[in-house]
Design a protein. Structure first.
Length: 430
């Protein structure tokens, strides 16, 4: 992808020019491989509804050599092949091999660009960053015959599947600009990432700007329609934390400019009451009574940028590496005492987890971030169904205590130290 100033968005028109068999006709589910050559070109602004134009700055998408367009079947369960760009520019030839063995006449296949996982997490607040990492397009073709593989039309339009918004941040009390360094945004319909097959992970969208700025360009893919409330957790260049909300109907394929009013969080102290929200030792936190003693509990996981963000996964050996100042990993006793508060399983801004009521109307949310199964090499597991949080309580050379949250409740169990879990930091009040 490239970034330029232009009035034209991306409209890829793919024309089928050749389709020849690589194998004999298939029996059953044996591969039916067909070489496919497509011509791809850009459309003009009149026909394009890409959400990439804000304040006259436009991302004009162009293919790079070997850029991929993945093709999936009607239900998204099977990737039938990948097409690659043969040249760079606003027009190119796409070639590749498609497997028609799972396709039927009249079936609608979807073409997806970018074919690698589209990740809306970790944005840098620039149009160039969006072009490089968050641009996502889809189009469809209808199968005419499967042997040979042909389509009912010789062209397809790839449309933008995200909105682009220029957010301008202001202090709610003074209307002065807030120069944002990091941000986290949560809403019911936000998509965090998209797999090649099109499977979406719903979660918070986050980012870090290279230079603190009052304006940030952010790509949001939204799988919920209509007006939504967006929740912001923001840190400025000086280390001050702010929160805010914005209600808006941000539709995929459109672009916007909007202002967000933020409320600065004040410092917590020993005189703070249970349920008070503020900042202590550089992190937003809420005051919770733990076994009769008031403690500050971070509003988000270590490494996270908002309460709905999963954050970083740590082995037991490096569980403290994401903590700064006097923040610490809580003991088993402290975590069990947290569970003594009224709590319930549910969904907060699209993210599954458990909410603990620490004072009337004041809550603490722990997302179900799962864990990395390093012991057996099974990768990330139990996301959306369980939250695995390290305690500081050791058992032996191999095991330690973790705090589990799921649909059934919250309790302490043992876990292999080599597995990577999330951490919710605690802090004493001065």
């Amino acid at each position: 992808m490239k970034t330029t100033k232009s009035l034209c968005g991306m409209l890829a028109m793919l024309a089928l020019t050749a389709c020849t068999s690589n194998s004999d006709d298939a029996v059953g589910n044996a591969p039916q491989l067909w070489d496919v050559t497509l011509q791809a070109s850009m459309g003009d602004a009149a026909n394009s509804r890409r959400a990439l134009s804000v304040d006259g700055n436009v991302i004009t998408a162009s293919f790079e050599v070997n850029d991929e367009v993945v093709v999936v079947d009607a239900d998204g369960s099977t990737i039938v092949g990948t097409l690659k760009a043969q040249s760079a520019g606003t027009s190119t030839t796409l070639t590749g091999t498609l497997d028609a063995s799972t396709l039927g006449e009249g079936e609608v296949v979807t073409l997806r660009y970018r074919s690698a996982t589209a990740n809306y997490d970790g944005q840098d607040g620039t149009l160039a960053g969006i072009a490089a990492g968050q641009d996502y397009e889809e189009g469809t073709l209808t199968v005419s015959t499967t042997s040979p593989l042909t389509f009912t039309t010789n062209s397809v339009t790839l449309n933008a599947k995200q909105s682009i918004t220029k957010f301008s941040f202001k202090d709610a009390s003074s209307d002065a600009a807030v120069n944002v360094k990091t941000f986290g945004i949560a809403a019911t319909g936000l998509v965090q990432s998209i797999a090649k097959s099109g499977v979406e992970t719903v979660g918070a969208v986050t980012g870090t700007l290279a230079t603190a700025s009052a304006d940030a360009y952010i790509a949001l893919r939204n799988n919920a329609s209509g007006k939504q409330k967006y929740f912001f957790t923001v840190k400025d260049g000086a280390g001050n934390w702010y929160t805010g909300t914005k209600s808006a109907p941000l539709a995929n394929g459109e672009n916007y400019s909007t202002s967000v009013k933020l409320t600065k969080l004040s410092a917590l102290s020993g005189s703070s009451d249970a349920g008070d929200i503020g900042v202590i030792d550089g992190l937003p936190a809420i005051v919770v009574e733990i076994s009769g003693v008031k403690k500050a509990v971070a509003l988000m996981n270590a490494g996270a940028l908002c309460p709905e963000h999963y954050g970083t996964y740590y082995t037991y050996a490096n569980r403290t590496s994401g903590l700064s100042g006097s923040w610490y990993v809580p003991s088993q006793t402290e975590l069990v005492a947290l569970a003594a508060n009224t709590n319930a399983w549910g969904v907060q801004n699209g993210v599954h987890g458990r909410t603990f009521t620490v004072s009337e109307g004041k809550t603490l949310f722990l997302p179900a971030a799962g864990y990395n199964d390093n012991q057996y090499g099974n990768g990330l597991k139990s996301v959306t169904t369980d939250g695995y949080y390290w305690s500081a309580t050791n058992i032996d050379a191999d095991l330690a205590i973790y705090f589990d949250i799921d649909n059934d409740g919250a309790a302490a169990y043992s876990e292999y130290k080599v597995d990577a879990l999330t951490v919710r930091p605690f802090h004493a009040l001065p």
